[in-house]
Design a protein around this ligand. Structure first.
Ligand code: ADP
Ligand code: BMX
Ligand code: ZN
Length: 291
């Protein structure tokens, strides 16, 4: 059976046909600016899935935000402005007439990455450093979703009580500092208004401010990883997202984690499925739910 997998992120919206061995047969991607209002998002989803839906037997959505009863609610509305509540499963069922499930993007990615591990692990945590900072926890071989879908939202743990205000309402969340949005928001002077991809490029050219912003993100993530190790005793942490997978970022996180005591060091890996972890995790969960 073929799954139509969709990954709705704060920046990108991807859709793919995935076969029963979890190979991607066809993939399309657009920007998520349409997330600014529900009608625009619906129009964007319609255009994206129309050419793919005929070849699929089920739909699997990985989406940023808290997913409860098939609907998306942003914990950080700044990442997906205007979408306080969006009925993902209802909309996709109407568009495709196929059975459909939805799950948080980082939870989905955690499930795909757990099954791709090359080391023995009962417990692992996936972190995406992307528009936001998302997380998914696998404990004793089970994916934690939580009664209300909130499990694994590690980007909203505290990094600095005096840090910048996060869109979720707290001050100093990991996400407010380490995420793509957080990095760009802290840029000043000649970097003000630059996106995070540009800031990484400037850091690679030796720009001191860009370098400091990237280091601040990596150090914040390393401290989060030490906290995760203390909380879960996971054997490994897998990092994804366009910031997490950017050249040089993971080595920097490893360097900062090295400054923490050994007991707080899980093994660190880059996502095996790279930018497709969310798509493939949702497809796997759909296969399991609708064999
Ligand atoms: P989404 O959040 O939609 O899943 P991404 O994982 O692509 O999307 O994350 C988007 C963030 O990653 C943006 O802040 C963007 O500026 C940043 N980004 C994209 N490409 C790169 C790159 N090559 N290096 C560093 N940051 C990047
Ligand atoms: C935010 C939150 C999480 C999500 C994470 C990564 C929203 C809209 N999203 O913390 O649910 O998993 O961002 O999302 O509140 P991404 O868009 O960066 O992949
Ligand atoms: Zn927050």
């Amino acid at each position: 059976m073929t799954t139509l997998a969709i990954d709705l992120g704060g920046t990108k919206l991807a859709a793919a046909l995935v076969d029963s061995e979890l190979n991607i047969i066809e993939r399309r991607e657009v920007m998520t600016q349409a997330g600014q209002n529900p009608d625009a998002l619906q129009a964007c989803l319609t255009e994206l899935v129309a050419p793919l839906a005929f070849s699929a037997q089920r739909v699997a959505i990985a989406s940023t935000g808290i997913i409860e009863n098939g609907a998306l609610t942003a914990i950080n509305p700044d990442n997906l402005g205007g979408l306080a509540h969006f009925p993902l499963v209802e909309v996709l069922t109407r568009l495709t007439h196929l059975p459909c499930i939805a799950v948080n993007d980082a939870q989905a990615a955690a499930w795909a990455e757990y099954h791709a591990l090359t080391v023995e692990a009962r417990d692992m945590v996936f972190l995406t450093v992307s528009t936001g900072v998302g997380g998914g926890i696998v404990s004793n071989g089970h994916l934690l979703v939580g009664a209300g879908g909130l499990a694994g939202h590690l980007g909203h743990t505290l990094a600095d009580p005096n840090g910048p205000r996060c869109g979720c309402g707290r001050r100093g969340c990991v996400e407010a500092i380490a995420s793509g949005r957080g990095i760009a928001a802290a840029a000043q002077g000649k970097l003000a208004g630059c996106d995070t991809k540009t800031i990484f490029a400037r850091a690679a050219q030796g720009d001191p401010q860009a370098n400091a912003l990237v280091q601040r993100s990596a150090q914040t993530l390393a401290r989060l990883i030490a906290d995760i190790k203390a909380a879960t005793d996971c054997q490994c942490v897998v990092i994804g997202g366009s910031v997490g997978l950017a050249a040089g970022y993971l080595p920097l996180v490893k360097e900062f984690l090295g400054q923490e005591p050994d007991i707080y060091h899980p093994q660190l890996f880059a996502a095996h499925y790279q930018h497709n972890a969310g798509l493939l995790g949702a497809a796997r969960l759909a296969q399991e739910a609708m064999p």
